[in-house]
Design a protein around this ligand. Structure first.
Ligand code: URA
Ligand code: ZN
Length: 361
C-alpha cells in the first residue's frame, strides 16, 4: 500500500514573489541587523518580533518542488497532496485575489503534472474576492486534473466559517464533491499567552493556539447548521481535528443543556457532532503521539484518518540527513496504535487517502 502525505505545504514561486515584495505580515525578508539569520518567513503576528523567534528560516524546501520530492524519497512517501501554506490569499486586496488564485493554482497544477503520480494538490480560493469569483474558481479547480479539493483557513470571507454568506461557496464545494482541507493560521489573541509569551518561542501559538482555533471554527460550523444545510460537505481537519475528538462530548453536552438554544427551537432536528465526525469529517494523523491519534480514531473511525507530515514546517533543529523527528513521531504513533493490525496502519498511512482522494486515476 502506498504512503500518502495529505498535509504537506508549498509556497509556489508565484506566491514567493508576493511575499518577498512585502514588509508587513506575511512577508519574507532578511534583516541587516542579523545577516546570519538569512531569509526569514514571518507569517504570524506573534512572531513579528525582533528576537530569535522572529519568523523562521526559509529556504528552497518551501518553494522548490525538487526539495519536496527529495523529502518524500527520504521518508518513503509515494504521493503528496500539496497545499499552499498559511495564510493563503486571505490578506490580498479583493480586486487582486481571483487572478492570483488562478496563477497559484495553475502553478501547483503544473508542478503536479510534471511529476505524474507523485503529486496532487489542494487548491487555493480567493476568499477576499466577491463570493461569485470564489465559486468560479471552485468550478475551475474541479476541472484541473491533479486537484482534489481546496485548502482554507478559519476566517472564511472575514467573519468565520459560520457566516451565512459562505453558503454559495459551501454549495459549490458540495456540488463538485471537493474536500475542504481546513487548516489554522490565526490562533488565539496573543493576550492569552501572557507577558512572558516571547520566552517560550512559538510553542504556545503552535501547540495550543492552532488546534483551539480549528476546534472553535468547526464548533461554529456545527452550531450554525452548516452540515444540516450541506449534508454532503466533506472537511479534512488539520492536526487530527485540533481538540475536536477530545471535546466532542463536552460540545454535545453544552448544546443539550443550553436554554437559549432550546428557546430558539434549535434542539430539535439537528445533526450532532458524532454524526458529522463519522460522515463528513476526515482527520489527518498529524498529532505526534498515539494518545491523540486514538481519540481521533475513536471519534471518526480508522477509515477516516490520513497520514501527514506538515513539511516543510518543523524541520530538525540540527542539520541532519536522516528522518525528521516530526515525521517519525507521526508514523510511530500509527505503528504503536496498530501494532497488531497492519491493515488499519496501512489504511492510515495511505490507503484511506488513495480511496477518499481518488489518487490512482
Ligand atoms: N506553522 C505554520 O504556520 N503552518 C503550519 O502549517 C505549521 C506550522
Ligand atoms: Zn500545516
Amino acid at each position: 500500500m502506498p504512503v500518502v502525505d495529505v498535509h504537506t505545504h508549498m509556497y509556489p514561486p508565484v506566491y514567493m514573489d508576493l511575499l518577498r515584495a512585502r514588509d508587513k505580515v506575511p512577508y519574507v525578508k532578511s534583516f541587516p541587523d542579523d545577516p546570519a539569520a538569512g531569509d526569514r518567513l514571518v507569517i504570524l503576528p506573534a512572531e513579528d518580533t525582533t528576537s530569535t523567534s522572529r519568523g523562521r528560516p526559509i529556504g528552497a524546501e518551501y518553494y522548490d518542488v525538487k526539495e519536496k520530492l527529495a523529502f518524500m524519497d527520504r521518508h518513503h512517501i509515494d504521493v503528496s497532496v500539496i497545499s499552499l501554506a498559511n495564510p493563503w490569499l486571505d490578506w490580498l486586496p479583493s480586486d487582486e485575489a481571483a487572478e492570483t488564485a488562478r496563477k497559484v493554482n495553475d502553478d501547483v497544477e503544473r508542478m503536479c503534472a510534471e511529476h505524474e503520480g507523485r503529486l496532487f494538490g489542494f487548491g487555493t480560493l480567493p476568499l477576499s474576492a466577491p463570493a461569485e469569483q470564489v465559486v468560479e474558481e471552485i468550478d475551475r479547480l474541479s476541472k484541473l486534473p491533479h486537484h482534489r479539493g481546496i485548502v482554507m483557513g478559519t476566517s472564511g470571507l472575514g467573519s468565520g466559517l459560520d457566516d451565512p454568506a459562505l453558503d454559495t461557496i459551501y454549495a459549490a464545494l458540495e456540488k463538485h464533491g471537493q474536500l475542504v482541507f481546513l487548516h489554522p493560521h490565526y490562533g488565539l489573541p496573543t493576550s492569552v499567552y501572557g507577558d512572558r509569551a516571547s520566552d517560550y518561542g512559538h510553542v504556545l501559538p503552535l501547540a495550543l493556539g492552532f488546534p483551539l482555533e480549528t476546534t472553535i471554527a468547526v464548533a461554529r460550523m456545527l452550531l450554525s447548521g452548516v452540515w444540516d444545510r450541506f449534508p454532503k460537505l466533506n472537511v479534512l481537519i488539520a492536526h487530527s481535528g485540533g481538540t475536536l475528538p477530545f471535546l466532542a462530548g463536552r460540545i454535545e453536552s453544552c448544546i443539550a443543556h443550553d436554554a437559549h438554544l432550546k428557546k430558539e427551537g434549535k434542539l430539535g432536528k439537528r445533526r450532532d457532532v458524532w454524526d458529522v465526525l463519522k460522515n463528513n469529517i476526515y482527520l489527518d494523523a498529524v498529532i505526534y503521539a498515539d494518545v491523540g491519534l486514538k481519540a481521533a480514531i475513536d471519534a471518526s473511525g480508522a477509515d477516516r484518518l490520513m497520514f501527514g507530515t506538515d513539511h516543510p514546517f518543523f524541520p530538525p533543529l540540527e542539520e541532519d540527513e536522516g528522518e525528521w523527528l516530526s515525521v517519525k513521531l507521526n508514523s510511530q504513533a500509527v505503528r504503536s496504535t496498530f501494532g497488531d493490525d497492519p491493515k488499519n496502519a496501512a489504511a492510515i498511512m495511505g490507503g484511506n487517502a488513495m480511496r477518499v482522494l481518488r489518487l490512482s486515476s
